[in-house]
Design a protein around this ligand. Sequence first.
Ligand SMILES: Cc1cc2nc3c(=O)[nH]c(=O)nc-3n(C[C@H](O)[C@H](O)[C@H](O)COP(=O)(O)O)c2cc1C
Length: 251
Amino acid sequence: MDDLFYDMIFKRKSFHLFGNVKEKISKDELAKIEDFIKQVKPLMEDIKTKIEIVPASETTCKRGEEYCILFYSEKKDNYLQNIGYIGEQIDLFLPSLNIGSLWFGIGKVKEQKYEDLDYVIMIAIAKMDEDKFRKDMFKSKRKELGETWSGEKHKEIGNITRFAPSACNSQPWITEEEENKLVVYRYKKKGKRGIMPIDKVNYYNKIDIGIYMLFLEICLKKENIEFEREIHIDNCNDETEKNLNAVYKLK
Ligand SMILES: Cc1cc2nc3c(=O)[nH]c(=O)nc-3n(C[C@H](O)[C@H](O)[C@H](O)COP(=O)(O)O)c2cc1C
């Protein structure tokens, strides 16, 4: 699965509009997605989650998708990073079936709760032609590597991970190489709020960091670099620009 994930980093993209979808997602493909969902790996083992696939008509997302994948979670420390990490595994699996996707933060759902779990976010999906997927990832709009990565030894990894998707393409991550360590921060420039209210920015950016961590781990595995992951609780201090989220000790 790790090799497939790595290859799909280059193929995936957000379908902000799915356009004229010619083909439907087949029953067999739906079953494959359901099976895949059953074996995704969480970032936080102790957080209960539920993932549901519903027809697009059950959400406010109107981008031409056929289904939406809804994520529900217990609200515990780092639950948003956990959803980002889990959801991105699905986001990377889908292009292997030529199913396009869109993380959709602004969407609303009918059911805010699944039993005792809260709705977090959705991913909209539809079958797409193979030629609609990304052809040259390096042409996608992203910050320069030097803005989000410091250190020389593993910067080629940073040159791939910087293409992780993020809400409003905010790319709220910084990775600092220390001796045999990669230190990952959620970054929020002081005073810069953009169009979103600050609580929303923090909310989505924590999901983004979970997505980024998955990208980082896929790339480390690709390079056969063994690591030990140390998760840090992001205490979300609005005064702090760099919030420590993870340390990867490289072996
Ligand atoms: C957590 C999250 C929430 C997002 N929410 C929306 C959204 O509400 N509407 C939208 O059009 N795109 C949304 N996106 C997609 C981003 O705009 C997109 O990932 C980013 O611009 C990078 O482009 P790419 O995914 O094609 O590489 C979201 C992405 C993430 C990761």
